[in-house]
Design a protein around this ligand. Structure first.
Ligand code: ANZ
Ligand code: ZN
Length: 805
């Protein structure tokens, strides 16, 4: 009988859809709950690609197995549909972004169905739907009311092509993470979210989570906790200059100071400076550079010495010069540093260029006139430092900090690299920020009962060069009344960034049709937290961090029941093109899942994408290996349909192999070792061909294969008349005692005489036994310089070898 995958897949997909097989119930207390989450797609015009299929298939396999394990499984999907690519596409093709979004979602939905994913289709969310973004706006208003949203003017990252501000997280190596265009600095008034208020908790709470280590490390590094001290220096003008340093132990080696060009004191001192013009020119040049450019280690240091003001080192009263330089950032620490060229690389380079003094205060390294010595631990010993002399760096830090505290000129200080989140975008296709500006009352939130604040229909949604949102041209919409005094007021015309809708979507899945709350308390209590979230590493310091922040805030105001949104986080590797290069249109190596489904079926596509390689590593596509997976499914089909299967028990010949396979496949799915799980099933199928298979054997095979190749397994299950649907059956159990392999001792004969003994597994093949014999140390010695000419294996007893010189 022919394996007609097209017909079979259509049949089961229709049945699952019509019967809502995978719809789950909130509040079912007869079963434990399992909430498995994948990152919802951005519905681009290109459709679903194999990069989606890998993580989605993986979580579908897990969700299907969890159902069979007896869990009440929530496995939802939705669409993250606001954002620049849709808007850019809409502009280029003169189609409204809402229309583009609708069409793309329809296309994605079709493709997701074609892959047989067991999503609960009643819970689909779309971030651009007003009934959804009503709650995104509601959360923003709560943040505002709790002082965590504020508007401020500051230099921000500006993408020259998107004509829009970017958050720090969206700037990768100086370019826009989305379009790759250069990012410049621009002074703009922006809505900001105070994620920094959560910096410490975002680090600390990682400890209780089952996140893969590299995710934890990347988040911690991004938040960038730094411990040190703030120290107050006096200026000769009498002003206080507060610096932040991680190395207060090196205070005696501070031979000059550096202020960021934007520092307040520079402005204040300008009338006193003999070189004010030079200082102003330098400030101008620095303003356009990004932080990354400014702090690059190996870039040539620049700066200007302030002519007319000097600083005083508080430990020894010495007057030292003050510079401005762009390598000191206005936005970190206090925007001012004490420079210790002997022990800091950047200060050293600067000092060499500007002829500043280099005084060694930590000994134990090379000559500090040749390079800075930067060791921070026990290896450095303080010198030239009065009361610190002889202490290690580690011991000197608390001593000097205490000294500063006693004198009232310093204290211990913690800083974070994390910056507040720039939250407004000067673009059309996003959630309107629900705020109005009144000249009398300032910024006012719109009343909550007026949500959602609908995105107005506009004629032109092209970004403007003046950096204003296209909505600002809609005067009817912009002009409104102040909710506070009733006078004339103007709406905020910037929209939210794409990351807004995705910061809480997993909560909406729990209760997607609720119009009274973002989700009911009952649903939140029942489903929280997400048990397992798989997604891309590229979201680690963006979506994953942002959503943890929002969730913590919602926890603080009593909306959600858990401190953290996700208990477990795993991540998949990329799928590369044939030849191991990144898949891209320009390389012409993009694989379209639709083509694979047409040619071989969704079950082959699913099996292949799980078999392709270690899940967490990148893997190259191979058309040949796809065919190999199709052959495997053909073999299963033929085995099931062309051979006779008698007996409901496992057959004696296969029993041990079946138990072992159940153990292996069960454990491998939990550990996301999908490739080795499939390999175990392939090997089981080989056994079945060799030994014949009972009805019981086949049943176990179909149960285990069904998460990977669900359509074919349903069809064969039905044909065999096992009853019900395979996806609703309990997962098979194994008997541990039948999974341990027995071992046997065998004698090794060389030319008829026993020379050694080996222990091998009872089911080892002849090749394995001979290999084990040849590896035995005594035999290795005997065989030196000889060639094996004959080997005979007597199973369970002996292996006989004959060598010739
Ligand atoms: C004196 C010193 C001596 C420093 C030494 C380092 C080594 P992290 O670890 O990243 O927090 N710094 C402080 N504020 C800065 C700013 N706004 N822009 C650029 N650099 C700044 O780094 C803290 C160290 O970076 C501080 O400690 C300061 O230099 C510098 F042997 O102070 B240090
Ligand atoms: Zn007002």
């Amino acid at each position: 009988m022919k394996y007609d995958f097209t017909e079979i897949e259509k049949k089961w997909q229709t049945k699952w859809k019509d019967e809502k097989t995978f719809a789950c119930q909130t509040g079912d207390t007869t079963k434990p709950k399992f909430y498995g989450l994948v990152e919802f797609p951005y519905p681009s015009g290109n459709g679903l690609h194999v990069g989606h299929a890998r993580p989605y298939t993986a979580m579908d396999v897990i969700a299907r197995k969890k159902r069979m394990d007896g869990y009440n499984v929530l496995f939802p999907i939705g669409f993250d549909a606001f954002g620049l690519p849709t808007e850019n596409y809409a502009i280029k093709n003169h189609i409204h972004p809402a229309k583009v979004t609708k069409d793309n979602i329809a296309n994605f939905t079709k493709q997701l169905h074609m892959l047989g994913y067991s999503f609960d289709w009643d819970r689909v969310v779309d971030t651009t739907d007003p009934s959804y973004y009503k709650w995104t706006q509601w959360i923003f208003l709560q943040l505002y009311k709790h002082g965590l949203a504020y508007k401020t003017t500051m230099p921000v990252n500006w993408c020259t092509s998107c004509k829009c501000v970017l958050a720090n997280e969206e700037v990768v190596e100086g370019v826009c993470e989305r379009c790759g265009s250069p990012v410049i600095r621009k002074e703009k008034s922006q809505w900001m979210l105070k994620i920094t208020a959560y910096a410490q908790r975002l680090i600390d709470d990682l400890d209780d989570l089952d996140f893969i280590e590299r995710v934890k490390i990347q988040q911690k590094n991004w938040i960038g906790r730094s411990t040190g001290a703030e120290v107050t220096f006096k200026a000769t003008t009498g002003d206080d200059i507060v610096v932040y340093t991680t190395r207060p132990d090196t205070l005696f080696g501070a031979t000059y100071m550096v202020l960021s060009p934007e520092h307040e004191l520079v402005k204040k001192w300008m009338p006193l400076l003999a070189n004010a013009q030079e200082v102003q020119d330098y400030q101008k040049a620095a303003a356009s550079k990004s932080d990354l450019e400014r702090t690059e280690l190996n870039k040539e240091k620049t700066g200007v010495k302030l002519d007319g003001v000097r600083g005083v080192n508080p430990v020894n009263g010495r007057e030292i010069p003050i510079f401005i330089s762009d390598y000191v950032l206005a936005t970190y620490g206090t925007g001012a540093i004490m420079a210790v060229p002997a022990h800091d690389d950047r200060d050293w380079e600067f000092a060499k260029k500007f002829g500043c003094e280099i005084i060694e205060v930590v000994s134990g390294g090379e000559d500090v006139q040749k390079a800075a010595f930067t060791a921070k631990d026990e290896t450095g010993i303080l010198v030239n430092s009065d009361f610190l002399n002889g202490l290690t760096v580690k011991d000197a830090i608390p001593v000097i900090t205490k000294w500063l505290e006693d004198k009232g000129i310093g204290h211990a200080q913690v800083n974070y690299k994390l910056r507040d989140w720039v939250f407004s975008r000067q673009r059309y296709w996003g959630e309107p920020i629900p705020m109005v500006w009144c000249d009398k009352c300032g910024w006012q939130p719109i009343p909550e009962d007026q949500l959602p604040l609908l995105l107005p229909e506009v004629e032109s949604y092209e970004p403007t060069d003046d950096g204003e949102s296209p909505i600002s041209k809609m005067t009817d919409w912009v002009n409104t009344t102040c909710p506070c005094c009733g006078g004339p007021a103007k709406r905020e015309t910037d929209t939210m960034p794409q990351w807004a809708g995705s910061s809480w979507y997993f909560l909406r899945y729990m209760d997607p049709h609720n119009d009274k709350a973002l989700a009911s308390k009952e649903a939140l209590d029942y489903w929280s937290p997400v048990d397992w979230y798989n997604g891309g590493m590229e979201h680690t310091t963006l979506h994953l961090l942002y959503s943890r922040f929002w969730h913590k805030f919602l926890y603080d105001i009593g909306v959600v029941p858990t401190k953290e949104p996700y208990q477990k986080r795993t991540s998949h590797g990329m799928i590369l093109g044939e030849g191991g290069e990144k898949m891209s249109k320009s390389r012409g190596n993009v694989v379209n899942p639709n083509d694979i489904i047409d040619m071989y079926g969704a079950d082959t596509m699913r099996t292949y994408i799980m078999f392709i390689g270690d899940f967490e590593k990148a893997a190259a596509w191979s058309a040949n290996a796809v065919k190999g997976c199709k052959r495997f499914l053909d073999r299963v089909w033929n085995l099931a349909t062309e051979q006779e299967h008698v007996g409901d028990a496992y057959s004696q010949a296969n029993e041990l192999a079946v138990h072992k396979a159940i153990k292996k496949v069960s454990e491998d799915i939990e550990a996301m070792k999908f490739n080795t799980a499939i390999a175990a099933l392939m090997s089981l199928v080989n056994d079945f061909y060799a030994n014949g298979a009972s009805r019981g054997d086949m049943k176990a095979l179909l149960l285990m294969l069904s998460p990977f190749a669900p359509h074919m397994c349903e069809e064969l299950w039905e044909m065999a008349g096992y009853g019900g649907q395979v996806c609703l059956q309990p997962w098979p159990v194994y008997d541990e005692s039948k999974t341990v392999t027995a071992t046997v001792q065998m004698a090794v004969q060389v030319s008829g005489k026993v020379k050694a003994n080996i222990v091998v597994s009872a089911d080892a093949s002849d090749e394995d036994i001979v290999a084990a014999a040849l590896a035995e140390p005594k035999i290795v010695k005997l065989a030196e310089g000889m060639t094996l000419v004959k080997s005979i294996v007597v199973k369970g007893k002996l292996v006989s070898l004959i060598f010739k010189p």
